[in-house]
Each structure stands twice: as structure tokens, then as C-alpha cells.
Design a protein around this ligand. Structure first.
Ligand SMILES: [Zn+2]
Length: 82
């Protein structure tokens, strides 16, 4: 869940920006105001809009750190996944 209870977007860094092994799907809280210069994923990775693509669903490998941080506290969310 986002800091303000808002939406989360799935983004992935574009091919060529980083190596294939780092092209994981990050979760990013969608800013409610103007789009900032860069976005920060839940895991702390800085995402610059020109370097990333927004996904309409989970593709490929999710960022584990983002997933852990997005899981509701006190629930067995990840334990039930997959
Ligand atoms: Zn991440």
C-alpha cells in the first residue's frame, strides 16, 4: 500500500538502462500531485520516468524488496502467493 493509501504502479527499467538481471518489476507509489523529477520505488530504487516503462500487469520477475514492502503487515500475504 502506498504511503498515502494511494495507487501503486508497476514499472520496469527499460532494456539497455540496466542489465537484464536488474530488469525487475518495481512497485512505485503513484504521486498524487505533479510528477516529480524521479520516483522512488518501495525498495528505495530511484526510477527516472524516461528510463522505465509502466506495466499493466506483473511481467517477468518482480522486485522482491518491493513485494515485501507492499505486503500488508501481519498477514500471510506472501506465504499464500504462488
Ligand atoms: Zn523494487
Amino acid at each position: 500500500m502506498g504511503e498515502n493509501g494511494g495507487m501503486l504502479a508497476l514499472v520496469r527499467l527499460r532494456r539497455g538502462v540496466v542489465g537484464e538481471s536488474r530488469r525487475v518489476c518495481h512497485l512505485i507509489p503513484v504521486p498524487s500531485g505533479p510528477v516529480p523529477e524521479h520516483l522512488t520505488a518501495l525498495c528505495g530504487e530511484s526510477i527516472f520516468p524516461g528510463e522505465a516503462e509502466v506495466l499493466d500487469g506483473l511481467r517477468g520477475m518482480p522486485c522482491h524488496a518491493c513485494l515485501v514492502r507492499s505486503a500488508p503487515p501481519g498477514r500471510g500475504f506472501l506465504a499464500n502467493a504462488g
